[in-house]
Design a protein around this ligand. Structure first.
Ligand code: NAD
Ligand code: UDP
Length: 310
């Protein structure tokens, strides 16, 4: 049966793919976004569809809406954007999440919170399992995001325990793909744009730090699987468990774009995690989740996208 689904941050990179998929499955989607890092352009193709409604709204402010399900993605995700107004970022994860939990409590909607691998901080356990409590600096430049997302998880669990709200927590690992904003600032889009423009590729630090990159379609599949899994609340890691150094990523992007770009080295921002790879055992067991798109294939699709937009 068609559901009414609220997607906050739905005009962002991941949110726009999620809205598209939920509509494709026959649901009615209400997208809330303040357009800080997202844009109408990302959902332009959905506007006019009777299954889609777009509302400009900041989740820090209360709003009264009806929903069967809520996907709470509203929050800037790239370090340059979440550090632009750090206080606003943490408010989004505390006041914003509380507002969305309020809707879930009143309407008895299921609610999924987009959490992050950043809750593990600069992890001392590798790969990261959900049981790991993390190694997070509470007062650093990444804290507004990392600690905000940790409090968001706490709020979700407390609404679950205290008010029996049906919550879901997904810990998303570095995700990339079409519709990342040109000025997003995260590594995959930066490298692709630099390579396509034959500009220097900016590696922060010596490039030996690692990340595990997930193509957006795999992530969205995992998110919907979690929402639909009765009786399971997470937290659960979702991503791709292939692990690459940032230098390897730069080399792959140069190769796939046939670019003349040279690699240059810039200072490493503080608290930049040294390594990151999800342990996906729980996602496999509970959600039957397995990433299907290899880095090379996902990069090719993302390069095609940026070739068409630049
Ligand atoms: P994004 O910046 O493209 O999307 C975030 C969206 O939220 C944007 O459309 C933005 O305008 C909107 N937004 C921000 N603050 C808001 C507010 N106060 N009220 C209403 N809307 C607001 O980033 P993304 O990569 O699509 O990330 C989506 C979610 O997934 C975020 O919550 C992020 O923390 C989480 N996440 C993403 C990744 C990743 O690698 N992409 C990794 C971990 C977690
Ligand atoms: N990074 C880089 N060059 C860039 C952007 C990022 O070397 O132009 C590095 C960054 O320092 C980090 C990694 O790439 O080590 C991933 O950064 P991103 O901002 O994409 O995600 P996060 O650090 O939040 O995982």
């Amino acid at each position: 049966m068609a559901k009414t689904i609220l997607v906050t941050g739905g005009a962002g990179f991941i949110g726009s793919h999620l809205c598209e998929k939920l509509i494709e499955q026959g649901n009615y989607v209400t997208c809330l976004d303040n357009f800080f890092t997202g844009s109408k352009k990302n959902v332009e193709h959905l506007i006019g569809d009777k299954h889609f409604e777009l509302i400009r709204h900041d989740i820090i402010e209360p709003i009264r809406l009806e929903a069967d399900e809520i996907y709470n993605l509203a929050c800037p995700a790239s370090p340059i954007h979440y550090q632009f107004n750090a206080i606003k970022t943490i408010k989004t994860s505390v006041l914003g999440v509380t507002n969305m939990l309020g809707i879930a409590k009143r309407t008895k909607a299921k609610i999924l919170q987009a959490s992050t691998s950043e809750v593990y901080g600069d992890p001392l356990m590798h790969p990261q399992k959900e049981e790991y409590w993390g190694n997070v600096n509470p007062i650093g430049i990444r804290s507004c995001y990392d600690e905000g997302k940790r409090v968001a998880e706490t709020l979700m669990m407390d609404y679950h325990r205290q008010h029996n709200v049906d919550i879901k927590i997904i810990r998303i690992f570095n995700t990339y793909g079409p519709r990342m904003a040109e000025n997003d600032g995260r590594v995959v889009s930066n490298f692709i744009i630099q390579a396509l423009k034959n500009q220097d590729i900016t590696i922060y630090g010596d490039g030996s730090q690692t990340r595990s990159f997930c193509y957006v379609d795999d992530l969205v599949r995992g998110m919907i699987a979690l929402m639909n899994k009765d009786g399971f609340h997470g937290p659960v890691n979702v991503g791709n468990d292939g692990e690459f150094t940032i230098k390897e990523l730069a080399e792959q992007v140069i190769k796939l774009t046939n670019s003349n770009s040279k690699i240059v080295y810039k200072p490493l921002p503080s608290d930049d995690p040294v390594k990151r790879r999800p342990d996906l055992t729980l996602a496999r067991k509970e959600l039957n989740y397995k990433p299907t798109i290899k880095l090379e294939d996902g990069l090719k699709k993302t390069i095609e996208y940026f070739e068409s937009t630049l």
